[in-house]
Design a protein around this ligand. Structure first.
Ligand SMILES: Cc1cc2nc3c(=O)[nH]c(=O)nc-3n(C[C@H](O)[C@H](O)[C@H](O)COP(=O)(O)O)c2cc1C
Ligand code: SF4
Length: 472
């Protein structure tokens, strides 16, 4: 494994950080000025590591070009996607680079206020981050930029950028309508339609949209290194379309679940082997999911390059580089059901086709898994997969469609086997929402299967009957 983001031992103090060339990225940015800083980042080819892979320099340039009196910068460290633990690993290993990246971003887009959103349950990471912010502030590294840490809820949607802005403002994680660069933090501009009056009651100024930059924790952690060592250095790693490294998480049916930094473009199978040791001896790798945002990858495509283009060429995507591996003992209908249930439960319901559709798909898959489904159920599932994204405010509904339809398409023989009778591979599959990952041991969120579609937690033993099915 290779890299610069994950040090072999955690950076324990600001003295350690400054001794490993910490602060040089910000100094270089100040020397260059905002426009040239954005240009350098654009030249580096860095792309967002939060899941979408959007070119970071282009995103910064877009926010910098917006009008208005206030801008904000937000670091997304909510990390709630099943199968990912890389942002938390980065926060444990080196929170300083993230804060420096955030301050550089604020400088480049003209913001003086920055926020880091992470879950209240990430106690160890919050402590590391809080200490790093205080130390960097005291050392004058943050300059005029005020950095505020916001501890948010457990919900998956907290990590969705439009929902994160709501949480920072004190609301629930319900995605708002417009993207952050159009309707940012504390914006006073109306979100929809027109207003007959110039200002709302109690609001005496002109409306402002406060363009806001949201970047993932790993994306921002790359920034000081790129500024300090230059775009050309960054491009010596990875591929032309995906330069640099990526911090991958590998869990599931593997020998030693783990997190490791690899060059983008490394063959997928090598990433799995290097980070986790691969599947157990005697077992065959059957399928891989990169989080819950992309289509399933089958054993036929394990040589695909681990990069944005490499995985999209095999019909999938890099996502947040969190790999969930299944061996030949896993039932893919149960995999589809379990992820569909996760997305159904986590859907906020602001767009009825998303909540209703993911619920109906989950129910249909549960019938199929129990061997009770008919071809009519399959038609129902297909119909809802078609409609589930209608009027969607956020990408969660697309995830439901992509994950479920790709599994049903890739494993038709398992669909047929379930239509003909009961499950040939009954085995409990945990929802791989990670609460800790260290020393080759992964701990999943034990409470997730009890979570209900209204975001309460059931104490009943049949909260999710699929999860309780007896082992064969
Ligand atoms: C349901 C949902 C959950 C998400 N969760 C996260 C998350 O936990 N962390 C994250 O960085 N991005 C998450 N994203 C993506 C963010 O909305 C956003 O694209 C990202 O933070 C942008 O940063 P980047 O350009 O640096 O990748 C999520 C998206 C969706 C639709
Ligand atoms: S698409 Fe689904 S999760 Fe996203 S805002 Fe709409 S209902 Fe909520």
């Amino acid at each position: 494994m290779t890299g610069f983001l994950l040090p072999p031992t955690p950076i324990a103090s600001i003295e350690d950080y400054l001794a490993t060339s910490g602060g040089r990225g910000l100094a270089r940015a100040v020397e260059l000025g905002p426009a040239a800083t954005i240009e350098e980042l654009t030249r580096s080819g860095l792309r967002g590591r939060g899941g979408g892979g959007f070119p970071t320099g282009q995103k910064w340039a877009g926010v910098a070009a917006q009008t208005g009196t206030h801008r904000y910068v937000v670091c997304n460290a909510a990390e709630g996607e099943p199968g990912t633990f890389k942002d938390r690993s980065l926060l444990r290993a080196n929170p300083y680079q993230l804060v420096e990246g955030l301050v550089i971003a604020a400088f480049a887009v003209g913001a003086t206020e920055a926020f880091v959103g992470l879950k209240a349950s990430f106690t160890q990471e919050r402590e590391r981050l809080t200490n790093a912010v205080v130390e960097l502030q005291q050392a004058g590294v943050c300059g005029d930029c005020q950095v505020t840490i916001v501890a948010g809820p457990e919900e998956y949607l907290f990590g969705e950028e439009k929902a994160m802005l709501e949480v920072i403002e004190g609301g629930d994680p319900l995605p708002r309508l417009f993207p952050p660069y159009e309707h940012g933090l504390f914006a006073t501009a109306p979100q929809t339609g027109w207003q007959a009056t110039e200002s709302g009651p109690g609001h005496g100024h002109r409306h402002e949209s406060n363009p806001t930059l949201v970047n993932n924790a790993e994306t921002l952690s790359n920034v000081p290194h790129i500024l300090a060592r230059g775009a050309d250095w960054f491009r010596t790693m990875g591929t032309t379309e995906a330069p640099g490294t990526v911090v991958a998480t590998v869990v599931g049916d593997v020998v030693r679940p783990g997190v490791g930094e690899v060059a983008l473009g490394t063959p997928l199978i090598q990433v799995i082997e290097d980070v986790s040791g691969g599947v157990a001896p005697g077992r065959r790798l059957k399928a891989v999911l990169s989080g819950v945002s992309n289509a399933v990858i089958t054993a036929a495509d394990l040589d695909a390059p681990f990069s944005y283009g490499g995985l999209s060429a095999v019909g999938s995507g890099l996502g947040a580089a969190g790999l969930i591996v299944y061996d030949d003992t896993a039932c893919m209908i149960e995999v589809a059901r379990m992820f569909s249930r996760f997305l159904y439960v986590e859907s906020c319901g602001q767009c009825p086709p998303c909540k209703r559709g993911s619920g109906e798909i989950t129910a249909g898959l549960a019938r199929l898994e129990r061997g009770e489904a008919t071809t009519h159920d399959l038609d129902e599932i297909a119909g809802w997969l078609d409609k589930v994204t209608d009027g969607n405010r956020c990408y969660l509904a697309v995830e439901e469609r992509v994950v479920v339809s790709s599994i049903l398409r890739a494993f038709p023989e398992e669909v047929v086997a379930h239509l003909e009778g009961s499950c040939p591979r009954p085995r409990r599959l945990p929802i791989p929402k990670i609460v800790d990952l260290a020393d080759g041991q992964v701990t999943y969120d034990e409470r997730q299967w009890r979570k209900q579609p209204d975001w309460t937690y059931s104490e009943a033993d049949d909260a999710d009957p699929g999860q309780l099915r007896p082992q064969a």
